[in-house]
Design a protein around this ligand. Sequence first.
Ligand SMILES: Nc1ncnc2c1ncn2[C@@H]1O[C@H](COP(=O)(O)OP(=O)(O)OP(=O)(O)O)[C@@H](O)[C@H]1O
Ligand SMILES: [Mg+2]
Length: 346
Amino acid sequence: MMHRSSPVSSAAASAPARPFATPELIGDHPLVQQLRALVTRVARTDATVLIEGESGTGKEVAARMIHAASVRSEQPFIAVNCGAIPAELLESEMFGHERGSFTGAVGSRAGMFQLAHRGTIFLDEIGEMSAALQVKLLRVLQEQEVRPVGSDRTLKVDVRVVAATNKDLEREVAAGRFREDLYYRLNVVPVSMPPLRERRSDIPVLVEHFLTKLVARHGREAMHLTEEAMVHLWEYAWPGNVRQLENAVERLVILAEGPAIRSDDLPASMRNFISRSAIPDLHVSEDGVDLNRVVEDFENGLIGKAMTRTRGNKQAAARLLGLNRTTLVAKLRRREDMGGMALACA
Ligand SMILES: Nc1ncnc2c1ncn2[C@@H]1O[C@H](COP(=O)(O)OP(=O)(O)OP(=O)(O)O)[C@@H](O)[C@H]1O
Ligand SMILES: [Mg+2]
């Protein structure tokens, strides 16, 4: 009889944290609607799924949705983080081991594949798997059986595989870091998670969703974002995607006076972010451009806006622009000398 006694498993591999919470992908953006439809469709099958997307885009949410909507939903969902388990332990984590098969293997132990029998295994950060283990995984997928480390017997397993990666696996294959045959075996149904910056129209609903949830969790009165604060969140680049947005909302719920969350409550990195869309689309024509002139025009524009916004208060305008007052004054004087710019409010 196999039993689990490894000290290394708990942090890296986990059963559902909240078994009763139905995972859901919030959002109305067409990309998210398509995603939900795709997830629902593949959930009805046993097809292997490869989920690609940047960090925090909801890859694990999608994997849990696929499991929850499948005929396997009453069976285990086992997540293995291939990037968090040391390479030399991952094989025994996945396939189990026999007693005495390596130093420290005091008893025999079932691997994640055996634990996921009849259910779903979620192979997270699959791009981190060593070349040696990639070969073994490919064999498991083809034969539907695992061989525990140190054992001469194989065990049949009935497991649905969902893998995820935040790397571009196709590029990893081209670079020789990921086996092409395994890539094709996994990539039967590709699911691509859009980054948050490509579905900005979902930011308000996501904020609303997280506000409701987190206000309750932290025992605060209902809160809302002012329009101005929302504009900053809308413009921001969100390199950490939905997870970063959720963390930002949590910080606001804890720290803002409320009930209205204003721009001043936002971290400086979000308040002072200049989105790419604020930078005009410039072209270099056949005749070339005068770079200094274009940069100067752009600078003049921003200085003018800052001076207008602060009603000509140079100290405040300098702060908005991240300059010290002396630098701003020097720039303003240069403009006046050139007779170029009328800063009406100065
Ligand atoms: N569309 C969404 N709707 C609601 N919550 C979401 C959505 N996308 C992500 N989340 C939430 O964002 C957090 C991160 O999601 P998840 O762990 O699935 O991301 P991930 O893609 O696996 O990230 P990583 O690559 O860093 O592991 C979770 O708290 C999840 O609930
Ligand atoms: Mg994840």
